[in-house]
Design a protein around this ligand. Structure first.
Ligand code: UT7
Length: 319
């Protein structure tokens, strides 16, 4: 029994905000620096008050429509997010309520930018065990809420959005291999160290990152985990039809593709117009490439993420 992807969907809030738009808003940056160092040209930023569950709901509805599955038929809903609407209930329960589904299991996965890869791996295990048959997996984020807009080293990098997939139990191939790893000793290189206690924010509530340390680690583990899932599935990395790495920086994406021997044309890149949307980056890129016809049925797709924790994860599937 395989977990087969039968629908994808995505949602981006509002209009693109360019690097020049950010400079015009008073951020001490320029288009040339951001494009050269990251490949990012624009990103989408949610209006104040727009939440991850709202973006995730629209992405989910689009994925369900493509899959021709009624929300009431879902038996599991997993949302990968680090910017949930509330401490609780989970964003997955909020989306379940908005979809009108009753009874499905619903929970959030917190693995930051690896969240979608983790959630796919979890969904795959539920389906393969035979316990669940129709699963909605969503990556949804409003990272703009946790950015320090006075820190030019981070605020230009991130954007908001959501992507979703519907998986069903099938005898036809779907997910071939998944992997997830973490190294908590590196929690300090990318984090939001503040806490809420006694009705107050204690500490720093904004995203902090040691960019160069994250960069180095990301290139290594993205290559390692891609090799790991390909080995489990018994294929060479150069034989995948499409690579969808986490969309954080074009230089990381290119270095990963090169290490794996995957041609540039087989790598889906959306970082230029989405920025880094954390757990939403991979499902957003996947939906774009499915809907524009690049990803075709029967092709092998490798998705992978890396992010705070430190975490990294990957899934290889036949579409
Ligand atoms: O989603 C989780 C995964 N996240 C990532 O994968 C991010 C990984 N890291 C990166 O992508 C890169 O390290 C960054 C894009 C964050 C930074 O690139 P870098 O080449 O490592 O630059 P840097 O941090 O070493 O900064 C170089 C210079 C500094 O100036 P000085 O001190 O050399 O004069 C910064 O102040 O660039 C300056 N700078 C900027 N200049 C204009 C930093 N941010 C900006 C900015 N605009 N927005």
């Amino acid at each position: 029994m395989y977990a087969r992807l039968i629908g994808t969907g995505s949602c981006l809030p509002g209009n693109p905000v360019t690097n020049n738009d950010l400079a015009a808003r008073g951020i001490d940056t320029n288009d040339e620096w951001v494009v050269t160092r990251t490949g990012i040209r624009s990103r989408y930023l949610a209006e104040p008050g727009t939440t991850s569950s709202e973006l995730g709901l629209v992405a989910a509805q689009r994925a369900l429509e493509m899959a021709n599955v009624a929300a009431s038929d879902l038996d599991l809903i997993i949302v990968a997010t680090s910017t949930p609407d509330f401490i609780f209930p989970s964003t997955a329960c909020l989306i379940q309520g908005k979809l009108g589904n009753k009874g499905a299991a619903a929970f959030d996965v917190q693995a930051v930018c690896s969240g979608f890869a983790y959630a796919l791996g979890i969904a795959d295990k539920f389906i393969r065990s035979g316990s669940h048959k129709k699963v909605l997996v969503i990556g949804a984020e409003v990272f703009s809420r946790i950015l320090d807009w006075s820190d030019r080293g981070t605020c230009v990098l991130f954007g908001d959005g959501a992507g979703a997939v519907v998986l069903e139990a099938s005898e036809k191939p779907g997910i071939l291999a998944t992997a997830m790893h973490a190294d908590g000793s590196l929690s300090g290189i990318l984090n939001v160290p503040g806490q809420i206690a006694g009705g107050q924010v204690i500490g720093d509530p904004f995203l902090r990152m040691d960019g160069p340390a994250v960069f180095k680690f990301a290139v290594r583990v993205l290559a390692d985990i891609a090799e790991e899932v390909c080995q489990v599935a018994g294929i060479k990395t150069c034989d995948v039809d499409w690579l969808i790495p986490h969309q954080a920086n074009i230089r990381i994406i290119e270095a990963t593709g090169k290490r794996l021997g995957i041609d540039r044309e087989k790598v889906i890149v959306t970082v230029a117009h989405h920025g880094n949307t954390s757990a939403a980056s991979v499902p957003l890129a996947l939906d774009e490439a499915v809907r524009d016809g690049r990803i075709q049925r029967g092709q092998k797709v490798l998705v992978e993420g890396v992010g705070g924790g430190f975490t990294w994860g990957a899934a290889l599937f036949e579409f």
